[in-house]
Design a binder for this molecule. Structure first.
Ligand code: AHR
Length: 503
């Protein structure tokens, strides 16, 4: 049995729980939009063709801002194709995912859908095949109330109120050679700065995100950010970060330690940002928009629906439909802990993605929708994390990994809401070989409160949910819990995610 100990004291805080940390991402990719969130004719579809079963699950997941419409897709996208009468919208090839784009779903539909889901829209402009003018056009269409050609078009298209989108991404992964129109850091920095300053002339209160490197492992990481931030520092509020993890070569121990890599990545990105800040003698702090993160098995790109090298263009092909296991959910939970641990600088994040494509929610066309294993850590943290993120004093037994060296078996984060007195602790045991006993000194925090815990685990770490067995893996009450004189003791099974609620 491994051991860990945590001191939890509400006087030590990292920063407020930012709602935008619980954001997600909807891209025109595979079946995320078509037969995911949008499927006219589905038995649960509403008058707009939005799947009611999916909307309910999105609300249960508790998603704040949702990034749209891509991703790689945005770098070849003409936003105006997706507005106006549906029967007149052009059909296009989407070069990012080699799919057929019918454009029957676009900006106005997404804004309407997000409103029904209770989420905020975060919009990415195309800086791959387009530039400043098109960014200004979509901003005018979306945010100006009325009285200009483009805003009047929106009104005529059935959206009388402006979409009032606050957060805008200046392109997507522009460092990636796979990206349409990808450029050098210097060229991207210049176009991003120009676009940002033009957009701010229309609305100085917009929150703008410059593209960071597409992956921490990109050889350009840090230098790309340094160059881009030198150009854009005064014009933007965020630099983006993207990271995906997967189990490779059967190395489960390293995979389970992915959160340690995420911690390092965030810390080195913060250091890079702050060096530029110092070099520019700026008073302004740039934060991180971690606008793509998840577990992603990169190899599941090509399916019988869309074979490699297809020259025909499929509508809504089954792409990137990863089925997540218990181990994946534990890694996912660790990544969430890592984001919360850095809530002072990671103030927005988007789980990539939301439905069907590397997603917590899966659907069958014409059929059911269900929750993947990764749904649960996100939904629990989104629901229970309120108030301030606490700085914990955590000590844990460790284990050795090939990729990331020595890592703590147990990792955790906690939040405390001074107004309600409620607190939550999120924990992972990433050791694959043994349970861990965790003691938590809570002091007066538990006085007169009820403490409950749920744990997501399984004897088979590769167990997952599916259409046939949608509830194979669910969190269950953890009864291995005692509280005595302000000290809580709980047992975490090997490879598990646990949520403790103190209320
Ligand atoms: O989320 C899937 C893809 O991953 C996105 O389109 C792209 O931005 C990233 O490389």
């Amino acid at each position: 049995m491994a051991h860990a100990h945590i001191d939890l004291d509400p006087r030590f805080t990292i920063g407020p729980v930012q709602r935008r940390l619980f954001g997600s991402f909807v891209e025109h990719l595979g079946r995320c939009v078509y037969t995911g969130i949008y499927e006219p004719g589905h038995p649960t579809a509403d008058e707009d063709g939005f799947r009611g079963d999916v909307l309910e699950l999105v609300k249960e997941l508790g998603v704040s801002a949702i990034r749209y419409p891509g991703g790689n897709f945005v770098s070849g996208y003409r936003w105006e194709d997706g507005v106006g009468p549906k029967e007149e919208r052009p059909r296009r090839v989407d070069l990012a995912w080699h799919s057929l784009e019918t454009n029957e779903f676009g900006l106005d539909e997404f804004a309407r859908w997000a409103d029904k889901a209770g989420s905020e829209v975060m919009y990415a402009v195309n800086l791959g095949t387009r530039g400043v003018q098109e960014a200004l056009d979509v901003l005018e269409y979306s945010n100006i109330k009325e009285g200009t050609t483009l805003s009047d078009q929106r009104v005529a298209n059935g959206a009388p109120e402006p979409h009032n989108i606050r957060m805008w991404c200046l392109g997507n992964e522009m460092d990636g050679p796979w990206q349409l129109g990808h450029v050098s850091a210097d060229d991207y920095g210049k176009i991003a700065a120009k676009t940002a300053s033009a957009m701010r002339q229309m609305d100085p209160t917009l929150e703008l995100v410059a593209c960071g490197s597409s992956k921490p492992i990109m050889p350009t990481f840090a230098e790309w950010e340094r160059v881009v931030l030198h150009h854009t520092y005064q014009h933007v509020d965020y630099i983006s970060a993207h990271a995906y993890y997967e189990e490779l070569d059967g190395d489960l121990d390293s995979f389970l330690a992915s959160g340690a890599n995420m911690d390092e990545f965030i810390e080195s990105l913060v250091a890079t940002i702050d060096h530029v800040k110092a070099a520019l003698k700026s008073d302004k702090t740039i934060n991180i928009s971690f606008d793509e993160w998840n577990v992603w098995y990169n190899k599941r790109w090509h399916t019988e629906d869309k074979p490699r090298n297809a020259t025909d263009w499929h509508y809504a092909p089954r792409l990137l439909e990863d089925q997540y296991s218990v181990a994946d959910a534990v890694v996912f939970g660790s990544l969430l802990i890592s984001l919360l641990k850095h809530a002072d600088r990671v103030t927005s994040a988007s789980l990539a993605q939301l439905v069907n494509v590397i997603a917590p929610i899966m659907t069958e066309p014409g059929g059911a929708a269900w929750r993947q294993t990764i749904f649960y850590p996100f939904a629990e943290a989104s629901r229970l994390a309120t108030g301030e993120v606490l700085r914990l004093n955590l000590s844990s037994d460790t284990y050795e990994t090939e990729k990331y060296g020595t890592v703590n078996r147990v990792d955790a984060i906690a939040t405390h809401d001074a107004e309600t007195g409620a607190a939550a602790v999120f924990l992972v045991n990433r050791g694959a070989d043994e349970s861990a006993t965790v003691t938590i000194d809570l002091g007066a925090l538990v006085d007169g409160k009820s403490v409950t815990a749920t744990t997501l685990t399984d004897d088979d770490v590769y167990a997952s949910n599916s259409l046939e067995a949608p509830e194979r893996v669910v969190p269950r009450a953890n009864e291995e819990l005692t509280v005595e004189d302000g000290r809580l003791t709980i047992t975490l099974p090997a490879v598990s995610w646990t949520t403790l609620t103190i209320s």
